[in-house]
Design a protein around this ligand. Structure first.
Ligand SMILES: [Zn+2]
Ligand SMILES: [Zn+2]
Length: 438
C-alpha cells in the first residue's frame, strides 16, 4: 500500500517505530489470548499471599516418600473446594488426580507435581522451618505442589476459556519408595492416572536454585539423566588373616573392582558422552584378622543416552566377571531400580517456547546443560509426549543459592507467582493448539 498524503512520512516513521518495537518482543498474541494472559497474570498476582502461605504450610510439615498422608489430604481438600470435577485420592498410595473440564470442547492435557520430602535436617533459621525433625522439603516439591494448586485455582475460574480438560496429577514418592514398596510415577501409571481420560501431553516443572528467579530453563530432547541403582556382591572364602593364600580375599578383589569400574567412564565409553558411575557404599568383613568372604557395594549409574546406558551395563558385568574370576572369586550384580532419561519431545518444546517467552520474557527463557540428576517424570514421557522444564528459584542478591538436597536449600518465593503464570498459560496454549488441529 502506497501512502500519498503529506502525512505519509510521519505515518511511515510511526509504523517503522511500531515494527521496531515489535521486534524486541515475542509476537503479540491476537485479541482474546492477550486479555486471557492479562487475566491469568492478575489472578496469579492476587494469589501471592495465599501461594506463600500454602508453600510454607507444606514446608513446615514435610512427609517422606510414600508417607504423604497429610499432604495428600490437604491437596484433595483444596481441589474439592475449588470445585474440580473429579478428585480421586489413593492413586498409587497417596497420589491425587483431579480433572478440570473446560466449557469448550477439546483435548486433554496433564500437569504433574511431586509431593515427597527428604530425610534431611533443615539448618536454615526461617519462620517456616520444618517442624518434622530430620525431614525437609529439600527438593522443592512443596513449591511444585503449591504452583499446581495455584494453576488449578486460577483456571477453575476460567472454564469458559478452556478448550478441553486439564488433568492435575499429584504424585507421591518421586525420590523413591522405601525398599519393598511400590511407589512413584510407575505406581500411579499402573493405577491408571494416564487413563480415563487419557491426556495427549504432560507438563511438569522442577525448581532450580542455580537459575535466577524470573527465569525458565529448558532442554529439547535429553533433559535429565537416566538413573540405575545397582548393588554388587563379591564372594570369596573366609580364612585366618595370617593365611590369605588359603582363602579368597574379597576386600582386595572389591578394591580392584572399584578401580576397574571407573575405567568404563575414562577408557571405554566415548568421552563426549556423559556417563557417571558412582559407588556410594562399600561394606565387608567383620574383624581385623579374618579375611572377608563377602563385600557388598552399592552405586548409581547416570547417562543421557539409552545406547550408552545399555553398553555401560554390559561393560560393568564384563568387568566384574573378569576381575573376580582372576582371583577365583565370584560376583552378583542386581539393578534394583531404574529411571529412564527425561526426554522432552522436541516438537512439543518447539510449540511451547513462544508462549513461555511471551510470559517470562525472551531473555529469561534459557537453555542450560542437561542435568545428571534423574526424575521419574520420565516414566510419563514413555507413555505420552511430555515437557519438563526448570523454574528459577535462586536469588544471588538475597543469598538464595543452596542446591537442592542440601540442609540449607530454600527458594525465592516470588518464583511461585512466575510458576503459576507460566504453567497456566502453557496448558491453555497447548489445548488451543489441540483444538485448532481438529
Ligand atoms: Zn530430589
Ligand atoms: Zn525433586
Amino acid at each position: 500500500m502506497m501512502l500519498r498524503s503529506n502525512l505519509a512520512l510521519p505515518l511511515a516513521l510511526f509504523l517503522a517505530a511500531l515494527a521496531a518495537d515489535a521486534l524486541t518482543k515475542s509476537p503479540a498474541p491476537v485479541g482474546a489470548s492477550a486479555s486471557r494472559e492479562e487475566e491469568i497474570a492478575r489472578a496469579a498476582e492476587s494469589l501471592r499471599a495465599k501461594l506463600i502461605e500454602t508453600r510454607r504450610d507444606f514446608h513446615m510439615r514435610p512427609e517422606l516418600s510414600n508417607r504423604e498422608e497429610r499432604t495428600s489430604r490437604v491437596i484433595a481438600e483444596k481441589l474439592r473446594a475449588l470445585g474440580l470435577d473429579e478428585v480421586k485420592t489413593g492413586v498409587g498410595k497417596y497420589g491425587v488426580v483431579a480433572l478440570l473440564k473446560g466449557s469448550q470442547p477439546g483435548g486433554v492435557v496433564a500437569v504433574r507435581a511431586d509431593m515427597d520430602a527428604l530425610p534431611i535436617q533443615e539448618t536454615i533459621n526461617v519462620a517456616y522451618k520444618s517442624r518434622n525433625d530430620g525431614v525437609k522439603h529439600a527438593c522443592g516439591h512443596d513449591a511444585h505442589m503449591t504452583i499446581e494448586l495455584g494453576v488449578a485455582e486460577v483456571l477453575s475460574k476460567m472454564r469458559d476459556q478452556i478448550r478441553g480438560s486439564i488433568k492435575f496429577i499429584f504424585q507421591p514418592a518421586e525420590e523413591g519408595a522405601p525398599r519393598g514398596e511400590r511407589g512413584g510415577a510407575k505406581f500411579m501409571i499402573e493405577e491408571g492416572c494416564l487413563e480415563n481420560p487419557r491426556p495427549s501431553a504432560i507438563f511438569g516443572l522442577h525448581v532450580m536454585p542455580n537459575i535466577e528467579v524470573g527465569q525458565i530453563g529448558y532442554n529439547s530432547g535429553p533433559a535429565m539423566a537416566s538413573s540405575d541403582r545397582f548393588s554388587i556382591t563379591v564372594r570369596g572364602k573366609k580364612v585366618h588373616g595370617a593365611y590369605p593364600h588359603d582363602g579368597i580375599d574379597t576386600v582386595v578383589v572389591a578394591a580392584e573392582c572399584v578401580t576397574a569400574l571407573q575405567t568404563i567412564r575414562s577408557r571405554r565409553i566415548n568421552t563426549q558422552e556423559p556417563l557417571v558411575i558412582t559407588l556410594g557404599s562399600i561394606h565387608g568383613g567383620n574383624r581385623f584378622n579374618i579375611i572377608a568372604d563377602e563385600v557388598k557395594l552399592e552405586g548409581t549409574m547416570r547417562t543421557l543416552n539409552e545406547e550408552v546406558r545399555a553398553k555401560a551395563i554390559e561393560m560393568m558385568k564384563q568387568t566384574l566377571a573378569g576381575v573376580t574370576s582372576a582371583y577365583g572369586a565370584s560376583y552378583e550384580i542386581e539393578f534394583v531400580s531404574n529411571t529412564p532419561m527425561t526426554y522432552n519431545d522436541p516438537a512439543l518444546v518447539e510449540a511451547t517456547l513462544p508462549m513461555m517467552r511471551r510470559i517470562a520474557g525472551d531473555k529469561n527463557v534459557i537453555s542450560p546443560r542437561p542435568q545428571m540428576g534423574a526424575e521419574d517424570f520420565s516414566l510419563y514421557q514413555k507413555v505420552i509426549p511430555g515437557f519438563f522444564y526448570f523454574l528459577g528459584v535462586g536469588n544471588k542478591a538475597k543469598g538464595i543459592t543452596a542446591m537442592i538436597h542440601t540442609p540449607e536449600f530454600d527458594i525465592d518465593e516470588e518464583s511461585l507467582i512466575v510458576g503459576v503464570k507460566v504453567m497456566s498459560n502453557v496448558l491453555l496454549d497447548y489445548l488451543d493448539r489441540e483444538a485448532s488441529r481438529k
